[in-house]
Design a binder for this molecule. Sequence first.
Ligand SMILES: CC(C)(COP(=O)(O)OP(=O)(O)OC[C@H]1O[C@@H](n2cnc3c(N)ncnc32)[C@H](O)[C@@H]1OP(=O)(O)O)[C@@H](O)C(=O)NCCC(=O)NCCS
Length: 218
Amino acid sequence: MEKMPYQPDLDRATTTTATTATMTSDWRDALPVLAGSTVTLRDLEVAHAPALFAMLTPEEVSRFISPPPATVEGFERFIEWARGERAAGRYACFAVVPHGMETAIGLFQVRQLEPGFATAEWGFAIGSSYWGTGMFLDAGRMVVDFAIETLGVRRLEARAAVANGRGNGALRKLGAVQEGVLRRSFLKNGQHMDQMLWSILSEEWRQTQALWGPGRVH
Ligand SMILES: CC(C)(COP(=O)(O)OP(=O)(O)OC[C@H]1O[C@@H](n2cnc3c(N)ncnc32)[C@H](O)[C@@H]1OP(=O)(O)O)[C@@H](O)C(=O)NCCC(=O)NCCS
């Protein structure tokens, strides 16, 4: 996650649900609206910039991820970039909007690590007032389903700083498998930190969903 979110180099939506993601339009034109039990995931829009700036820039949220843009305008530029990358078919970034709200509280992103998305990396961040509410799990399941069933991801990787207890705990909870330590792989505030490498394989995800249903991921 750490290297993805805010690198500039690096609406018409189809309403659907997490478990029955029947696409009637190409995700490159517009991401589908995915409705979960607590949140909706939707295409990032420039209007999301002020809320995302407020949610993602506090130190407790950003300490283990790449520095977010320092201004609302910076978030607007990031969102324009994200939409361009989506249109080019290389990247998808969802805004997380809780039911009953209009503003975004966080984002989930997936980028291809090879052309065609067979191997991809994902990352996420949500405002700290929404931690521990179940919204991560709700949104995370929908994003993994989308990555596997719509983007065609076979292997979904995630990196989390070893010191990031919540980030690693969240991935474990979702059923990701810990593969190893990437030594000194993430530079933050002049310090090279170790990261855990996690993966979710499409066949394992589908088996778990078939066995336990979308409500069980452990
Ligand atoms: C990562 C993030 C989206 C997860 O959302 P969340 O609402 O905090 O996640 P949850 O509370 O559902 O799950 C986190 C789990 O980690 C556990 N956890 C918390 N601190 C922990 C620690 N120090 N060590 C181990 N586990 C820990 C929690 O208990 C929880 O598990 P539980 O529900 O079984 O008790 C959110 O914390 C966030 O945005 N963090 C900042 C950005 C970030 O670090 N992104 C991840 C980069 S990989």
